[in-house]
Design a protein around this ligand. Structure first.
Ligand code: ZN
Length: 296
């Protein structure tokens, strides 16, 4: 594989060897099983390098976007789909509030990486036109069966640019793509001139990330890019956007799910299963940002 010779965001050619994870997995070794939303193999990721200028952590090698999409196409994650409604609800409310605060326009909305379709199912009542794009065949099938939603089963690169959208959502997507700059260029092309986009991603400079080091839960094999405030700002400058609002992105989880995650994080496996603890707890680890952005 060919090495990346400059920073994907700022173009700086001083890339330092910098391993995010405690375990390295080669990109060629990844299978669709590594891309499960609920995969808890924390601390393992592909080889990464750090830009000396903007601090972006990016893949060491140039990744083939088509191969990446093929891996996502075959992702099957029953436990994610089974709990997606519960897990997403607070998160959905947060996104809807941000839309309400930042725009009155209810024309058209695009969600890139629509997952189970739960958020679009709510938003379909609020917008004249909605469009969801999701590379996993199984997730698209679920959205159809559960919500009657027809998601476009493609990667972001194949979204037609004939239509422009007033609101674009890309929640926890940019850390998964082959090129963050290329992804944001595409969002720029698809957004109306007065539209807004909502983008979330983990913050590698957060307290949780610094305390947990190479065991940070966002260090996972599907995460290819790691951004912080500085590199995210540089990405926005490079792609022609400005930030109009920023908030911590939080989730609610069933208590049983949190206990399961905690055990796997600490002991590598789950010793006790507490399925009956279905009450939800709000979890804000202050290590994920959600940004509302618009064109400059
Ligand atoms: Zn850079």
């Amino acid at each position: 594989m060919q090495e990346m010779d400059k920073c994907d965001i700022c173009g700086c050619d001083e890339l330092l060897n910098y391993s995010m994870g405690k375990d390295i997995i080669r990109f060629e070794e990844l299978t669709s099983a590594n891309f499960k939303v609920t995969d808890k193999d924390y601390g393992r990721c592909i080889e990464t390098v750090k830009c000396r200028n903007c601090g972006l952590i990016q893949p060491k090698y140039i990744l083939d976007s088509r191969n990446l999409i093929k891996l996502y196409a075959n992702v099957d994650d029953e436990s994610y789909l089974a709990t997606s409604d519960i897990r997403g609800r607070s998160n959905y409310r947060q996104v809807i509030k941000l839309i309400d605060k930042c725009t009155k326009n209810r024309g058209s909305l695009l969600e890139i990486g629509a997952g189970s379709g739960g958020l679009l199912d709510i938003l379909k009542h609020q917008f004249n036109h909605i469009h969801g794009v999701e590379p996993s065949k199984k997730f698209c099938q679920f959205a159809k069966e559960r919500y009657g939603l027809v998601l476009d089963n493609i990667g972001y690169e194949d979204i037609s640019e004939n239509r422009k959208y007033d609101v674009i959502l890309a929640l926890d997507v940019i850390e998964h793509v082959a090129s963050v700059r290329h992804f944001m260029y595409k969002v720029f092309q698809l957004l109306t001139d007065d539209g807004i986009a909502i983008v979330s991603t983990p913050n590698k400079n957060s307290l949780a990330a610094r305390l947990l080091g190479k065991k940070w839960w966002h260090i996972r094999s599907p995460h290819l890019y790691y951004l912080d405030k500085k590199s995210f700002n540089a990405l926005m400058d490079a792609a022609g956007f400005k930030i109009i609002r920023r908030a911590f992105f939080y989730w609610t989880f069933p208590m049983s799910y949190l206990i399961d995650c905690l055990q796997k994080l600490l002991f590598k496996k789950s010793y006790i299963s507490l399925d009956k603890l279905t009450f939800r707890v709000k979890l804000n680890t202050f290590d994920s940002w959600v940004y509302v952005i618009c064109k400059t």
